[in-house]
Write a protein that binds this ligand. Structure first.
Ligand code: ZN
Length: 58
């Protein structure tokens, strides 16, 4: 599973978009922290990437 473009907001159930949208130039790495902002309540969420997120990366 790749790093998600969007996640569901824990607070309001709205959609949270990844910021920035584009992946890093060198690709995602385990331990990277990805920021998401909710379009409904504007809360921000931070997810740390673990190995399961990068299965389809070379
Ligand atoms: Zn929200």
């Amino acid at each position: 599973m790749a790093v998600a473009d969007t996640i569901e907001c824990v607070d309001c159930g709205g959609r949270c978009h990844r910021l920035p949208f584009d992946p890093p130039e060198l690709g995602w790495e385990v331990g990277d922290v990805v920021r998401y902002r909710c379009t409904d309540c504007h809360d921000e969420w931070f997810l740390e990437i673990d190995g399961d997120d990068l299965d389809d990366d070379a």
